[in-house]
Design a binder for this molecule. Sequence first.
Ligand code: SF4
Ligand code: SF4
Length: 218
Amino acid sequence: MRREIDLSEISDGKTYQSGDLVKADCHGCVGCHACCCNMGNSIILDPMDVDRLTEAVGKDAETLLAETMELHVVDGLILPNLKMSGKENSCVFLNEEGRCSVHAFRPGICRMFPLGRYYEDRSFQYFLQVHECPRKKTKIKVEKWLGIADIKRYEAYITDWHYFLRDLDEALNDYGDEERRQMSLYVLRQFYLTPYPKGMFYETFDKRLEKAKQMFLE
Ligand code: SF4
Ligand code: SF4
């Protein structure tokens, strides 16, 4: 979700790269699951998030989407987000012990919290959201906090996806309502619902991205 933010109001005024130390480590969130509740439709999923969740729960993307996600229009495109439900209005993956049942496969936004991404000049940096997560925190390397293999490859993918959606949103202005709907459905089908061969996420994503760019942005 694109937001115009004033970093000085919500952060410690700094931006971070994956190799930097940041005061984000809340030590396993023991006894707390505040950021897994009442999140509305803000935990928007990227294609890798959905791919990893299909692996975590052993269901295809279509079933997963129906059971655990919602679709919302975000910056002109239909994108999936994690569903909140129950009396605590909590994420569907939060278990009875108040822990994440898909921890090793949790989405990128969950991994980052309380960090966020600040996009600028076709790249991004991380920032610390100082009004989120009330826990006393210690310093940790951003890369370790995220716990994602091959962080540079992952960051390149995140950047490509973000700017593709952004470029597409701008391009949508040149199309009529029905064409926009068809483009949005194409993105949903190609990037989220069509399975990625195991161990070949990035290669497959790159090919799909190239094709989608040729179709809609050139
Ligand atoms: S996926 Fe896990 S970490 Fe993310 S909101 Fe749901 S329960 Fe919390
Ligand atoms: S608010 Fe902080 S301590 Fe609580 S679950 Fe979220 S990240 Fe963990």
